[in-house]
Ligand binder design. Structure first.
Ligand SMILES: [Zn+2]
Ligand SMILES: [Zn+2]
Length: 159
């Protein structure tokens, strides 16, 4: 998977470009994602904040604090006009974004690497045979490619 990925909100006020493929992509079946998106799951591409290039509306993004069962905090960043969710900052790390893959102009260009929180998956949604699926979460060191682990490590140190 190469190239860049452009995306934006529904009204067009916010436009962005991912300057590389993400490190890893989750399809999250947790009940919070279902409630917050109105769908059966959320597809979140994990990428360094520095690899999101803002093309329009970058200064006006609305940050909404969400309830966080883990206690580590969860912000959703939205278009100030149409209020579509662009990405989340789970854990308020700052350097890491969980981009809503559905906001990309080619929303099916990125496939999930893992399905998480399948314990609360909508019962009539069936996953592909070969999908990597986890009742809750997984061991990052086992599932993430080494290159992605290195990227995440570098981002956490401001690299
Ligand atoms: Zn908008
Ligand atoms: Zn979720």
């Amino acid at each position: 998977m190469t190239g860049t990925f452009e995306g934006g909100c529904s009204c067009g006020a916010v436009r962005f470009r991912l300057t590389s493929p993400p490190m890893f992509t989750h399809c999250c079946h947790c009940l919070d994602c279902q409630k917050q998106t109105g769908g059966a799951f959320a597809i979140n591409a994990l990428i360094e904040t520095s690899r999101i290039e803002m093309l329009a509306g970058g200064d006006s993004i609305q940050v909404v604090d969400m309830p966080s069962p883990s206690g580590r905090g969860h912000e959703i960043h939205r278009c100030p006009k149409c209020e579509v969710a662009l990405w989340s900052d789970y854990g308020k790390r700052g350097y890491l974004r969980f981009v809503r893959v559905s906001t990309l102009d080619k929303p099916h260009a990125i496939e999930p690497d893992a399905h998480i929180f399948t314990r609360s998956k909508v019962p009539w949604v069936r996953l592909p045979e070969n999908a990597r699926a986890f009742e809750i979460f997984y061991d990052m060191k086992q599932e993430w490619p080494a290159a992605s682990m290195a990227r995440r490590e570098a981002a956490s140190k401001g690299g």
